[in-house]
Design a protein around this ligand. Structure first.
Ligand SMILES: [Zn+2]
Length: 167
């Protein structure tokens, strides 16, 4: 049975690639450069905060948007690569210009962390979970696809010739 609400993984990747191209992000080589470029594109500084909070049991990363800046909350206990995955997923939401997720604000713990901000999160959802978050599947898939491309950008060598010897 087909569950995915978009045409297919290829189509999703193509859309994510188009966003990368639109913002000329393929030249980015370092995490700092990436964060600065996204701040520039979205017009808001980005603050990254690592938290150890029981409210983040199912939310592995969270974007909280305030009027003056964006904050990405990561779980301090997660491995670095996993944190990076969450961070890039949230960058994906920002670049796609996704709206906030009101379902997440129903959670008291999340609301306490976010304050007056608007929230998007990378939430672990069970397949048959009929929570209000399920309707956000397309946005989540888009953010995940773009996040994966962003991670791949940072794994490339500074000069493409550096890897040519392995070809
Ligand atoms: Zn998300």
């Amino acid at each position: 049975m087909k569950r995915i609400p978009w045409e297919g993984a290829g189509e999703l990747r193509a859309r994510a690639s188009a966003v990368l191209e639109e913002h000329d992000l393929s030249r980015v080589r370092t995490p700092l450069e990436l964060t600065e470029r996204i701040a520039q594109i979205t017009g808001k500084p980005i603050v990254i905060e690592k938290l150890d909070d029981a409210a983040l049991v199912r939310t592995t990363a969270m974007w909280v948007e305030y009027e003056e800046y964006s904050k990405v909350v990561l779980r301090s206990g997660d491995r670095t690569y996993y944190q990076l995955r969450g961070l890039h997923h949230e960058f994906g939401h920002m670049l796609f210009g996704h709206p906030g997720c009101e379902g997440l604000l129903l959670d008291e713990g999340i609301q306490r962390i976010a304050g007056v901000g608007m929230v998007r999160g990378r939430v672990l959802i069970a397949e048959n979970d009929l929570s209000p978050l399920s309707s956000n599947n397309v946005h989540e898939a888009e953010a995940e696809a773009l996040g994966a491309l962003l991670t791949r950008l940072l794994l490339r060598p500074t000069y493409l010739d550096d890897e040519r010897v392995f070809g």
